[in-house]
Design a protein around this ligand. Structure first.
Ligand SMILES: NC(=O)c1ccc[n+]([C@@H]2O[C@H](COP(=O)([O-])OP(=O)(O)OC[C@H]3O[C@@H](n4cnc5c(N)ncnc54)[C@H](O)[C@@H]3O)[C@@H](O)[C@H]2O)c1
Ligand SMILES: [Zn+2]
Ligand SMILES: [Zn+2]
Length: 377
């Protein structure tokens, strides 16, 4: 099959690799109809997270079931399915409690949590390819209505829609609340959308990319461009000095200033400033325990010195981590089916697998409005 193969930082290839097979009775093989490129894919792409050469990329996958193992019962050949980016066993202690982001059995390294085509998440190939092997298929796969309707909406269910929603959940968004979202990439935009789904009264979205801020404005959010405005002053003033109830971090460890210089603590500091005393922050932007290319030595070991003293004094709750996709994907799917949500509004480009190398380059450089790219093998 054809696949997007990681060679080295900034070097990908579209290659023919071996077709995935049923390796275990509980596996399924999916024919991919859509696989997205994610901001997280840029971490190995930029050499900021170690990935072995030869890995097939892609953790945002959907498609049609091509083959199932002898132990698979719920999922049938021909089913249209969404594949959560967390790969989970369904029977361990964490899976039993709904924490599929921290499955204790799926990652052979012993680290809790596994996924497809991603550093430290196990040996599993990704779905930026024609086919994908899905272990524990009955547990992991989400049924979608058959056909091709809502393809570019449903494709957000594997990661960023649930992840944005998880950010809003950890930030304790509820009806009437004010919310500040930092980062207007796909995850930040989904977090802003989710905040409205949860009944937020006002949502501020901070970034420096005008095309991304325009997308935030389209759903009624107040855009703040940190290249020309201090976001903490603007949000404090707009809330009468009180601050927002909820803050969502959708940037991660490569947070930078308007000149592009990295300050990994910058967004956390800004959130602690703008969230009111006793408010809550949801951190879905990724922070890593090792980053040899970090801006300063402490951060190379994942030690990010942000204003924890102020956070404590204000009594702010902080939630972090990978999204347990299965906790939300069924209900978010049903919002799409009922027409209450159309997350495809952020899709900027839909291209074939052959164009993936160019798409990665432009998405990485944020050129030509590349916000969310869908690959169709
Ligand atoms: N927790 C999870 O389960 C999960 C899942 C998916 C993605 N993520 C992570 O979420 C983060 C965002 O993903 P994405 O796909 O939207 O990535 P992205 O790189 O497309 O977007 C990040 C945005 O942050 C903006 N930004 C940079 N510095 C900023 C600052 N100081 N203030 C405000 N905005 C700033 C950038 O301009 C960019 O638009 C990444 O770290 C990604 O790895 C986490
Ligand atoms: Zn992703
Ligand atoms: Zn498990």
């Amino acid at each position: 099959m054809k696949a997007v193969v990681f060679k080295a930082p900034y070097e990908l290839a579209i290659e023919n690799v071996e077709d995935p097979k049923i390796e275990h009775p509980l596996d399924a093989v999916i024919r991919i109809t859509t696989a997205n490129i994610c901001g997280s894919d840029l971490h190995p792409y930029e050499g900021r997270a170690d990935l072995d050469a030869g890995m097939v990329l892609g953790h945002e996958n959907m498609g049609v079931v091509e083959e199932v193992g002898s132990g698979v019962g719920r999922i049938k050949v021909g089913d249209r399915v969404s594949v959560p980016f967390n790969l989970a066993c369904g029977t361990c202690r964490n899976c039993n409690h709904g924490y599929t982001n921290a499955c204790l059995r799926a990652n052979p390294s012993g680290q809790p949590g596994a996924g497809y085509g991603y550093p430290m998440m196990g040996p599993y190939w990704g779905g930026q390819a024609e086919y994908l092997r899905v272990p524990w298929a009955d547990f992991n796969l989400l049924h979608l209505p058959e056909g091709t309707e809502h393809e570019s909406d449903f494709t957000m269910l594997s990661d960023i829609f649930p992840t944005g929603y998880h950010g809003a959940e950890m930030a304790q968004v509820s009806p009437g609340k004010t919310v500040a979202v930092f980062g207007a990439g796909p995850v930040g935009l989904m977090a802003a959308h989710s905040a409205y789904l949860k009944g937020a009264a006002r949502v501020f979205v901070v970034d420096k990319e005008p095309d991304r801020l325009k997308l935030a404005e389209q759903i009624g959010a107040s855009p703040i461009n940190f290249a020309d405005t201090d976001p903490t002053e603007a949000i404090t003033e707009a809330t009468g000095g009180f601050g927002v109830d909820c803050g969502i971090e959708a940037v991660g460890y490569q947070a930078h200033d308007a000149t592009g210089e990295e300050h990994p603590e910058m967004v956390l500091d800004n959130l602690v400033k703008v969230v009111r005393a006793t408010g809550a922050i949801g951190v879905v932007g990724v922070y890593v325990p090792q980053d040899p290319e970090a801006a300063y030595p402490l951060a190379e070991e994942g030690r990010i010195p942000f204003d924890f003293g102020a956070a404590f004094t204000k009594g702010i709750s902080i939630g972090t981590g990978q999204c347990p996709v299965k906790k939300y994907n069924r209900e978010l799917r049903d919002l799409i089916i009922s027409g209450r949500s159309t997350p495809s509004w952020i899709v900027s480009h839909e291209v074939s697998l052959d164009q993936a190398v160019t798409a990665y380059d432009k998405f990485d450089k944020r050129l030509d409005g590349y916000t969310k790219v869908l690959l169709h093998p």
